[in-house]
Design a protein around this ligand. Structure first.
Ligand SMILES: [Zn+2]
Length: 63
């Protein structure tokens, strides 16, 4: 998959059993519902909440 903005190749990474596509320039691209699955993971509640917020702020959900 390529970044819809800059068309560079996205990095495919697994976060909490959910595969996400990451552009170094434009952040994380998630399918609708994928962020919910990450958020629902207990590991990302509490101590890693900041990470999820960070992800969310860079997330584009137009897919
Ligand atoms: Zn990009």
């Amino acid at each position: 998959m390529e970044c819809p903005v800059c068309e560079s190749r996205l990095k495919h990474e697994k976060i909490e059993e959910v595969w996400v596509d990451i552009c170094q320039e434009h952040g994380v691209w998630l399918d609708k519902g994928e962020l919910d699955r990450i958020m629902e993971s207990s590991k990302y509640r509490g101590q890693s909440e900041g990470l999820v917020r960070g992800l969310w702020s860079h997330t584009h959900s137009q897919f």
